[in-house]
Design a protein around this ligand. Structure first.
Ligand code: ADP
Ligand code: MG
Length: 277
């Protein structure tokens, strides 16, 4: 392999994760641009191709499920409870062993890599549950996110605080004392501290009010606009598809419908079955 997983780190290092208003359009380095140096072909950045598998020796939960996110795009997975959305995310992150299928990151197959190794290669994952350390302060949570880094991560922390200003105000508070929406910001911020090249979020708006949901979506769009591909699972299907470049409807571990967010929102069958008409 020419060029290791960090071959384009230099160009990504200075990238603003949130491209705050003052930064100007020119400073945001899209991942696609920063990635020119390595051998990745033009395909989607992260792909789980025809994934089949389940937990331990249990029955298969995923049945040939395919999920992909392109550079610079937001991909959204929706579907009923128990459809296997979280399982698909865990499969992409290496938390279950697939019986069939493959996971590819930036053109390299990583199907056998452990989750930790995937983090080192640029995958940032915010799981659905247990995604923050509640007894630690906000700032300690962010520091935990940087555990793999050897360089100075203060700049990234400032970027996270610029993206989520309330976290700066509450940085000395225990994360467990924060509201649901603020905790989700901590979880996303913690993932961003690794300077990921792809961000995976499992139900980032679970249990928050519609207003807080809108705010979180705005921040997620902001992050995606810097060129960071975002793959997220959402139970707020309609709102999520509205911001999705690509949408996946999963049913019983299978791809039921796939298309642009707009196509899925316009699809009569998707509307009737999954969007309440
Ligand atoms: N850790 C686990 N061990 C065994 N089965 C699990 C585990 N997590 C989820 N499942 C099962 O996998 C199926 C899909 O669950 P999940 O991926 O969490 O669905 P979703 O996220 O779409 O609601 C369900 O039948 C669930 O009971
Ligand atoms: Mg789930």
């Amino acid at each position: 392999m020419s060029g290791g997983p960090y071959s384009d780190d230099r160009s990504n290092r200075d990238r603003s994760i949130a491209n705050p208003a003052g930064a100007g359009a020119g400073t945001a380095q899209p991942v696609a641009g920063g990635g020119e140096a390595h051998a990745a072909p033009g395909g989607p950045y992260l792909v789980g191709e025809a994934m089949t598998g389940g937990y331990g020796r249990g029955a298969d939960i995923l049945h040939g499920c395919t999920i992909a996110v392109e550079r610079g795009e937001i991909a959204v997975i929706v579907g009923p409870n128990g459809a296997g959305k979280s399982t698909a995310m865990k499969a992409l992150f290496g938390m279950l062993s697939l019986r069939e299928g493959a996971v590819t990151l930036a053109g390299e197959e990583i199907t056998e890599l452990a989750p930790q190794a995937r983090v080192a290669r640029g995958m940032g994952f915010v799981p659905q549950n247990g995604n923050i350390f509640t007894s630690m302060t906000v700032e300690e949570n962010l520091e935990m996110g940087a555990f793999l880094r050897r360089d100075d991560f203060r700049g990234t922390m400032e970027q996270v605080y610029d993206l989520f200003p309330v976290l700066r105000d509450k940085r000395r508070q225990a994360a467990g004392e924060l509201s649901g929406g603020q905790r989700q910001q901590v979880a996303v911020g913690r993932a961003l501290m690794t300077q990921p090249k792809v961000l995976m979020l499992d139900e980032p708006t679970a249990g928050v009010s519609p207003i807080v949901m809108d705010e979180l979506f705005d921040r997620i769009i902001e992050v995606a606009r810097t060129g960071l591909p975002v793959l997220m699972v959402e139970q707020n299907a309609r709102q999520a598809l509205e911001i999705a470049d690509r949408g996946y409807v999963l049913v019983q571990g299978r791809n039921a419908h796939t298309g642009t967010g707009r196509e899925l929102l316009a699809d009569a069958e998707v509307r009737r079955s999954f969007l309440g008409g």
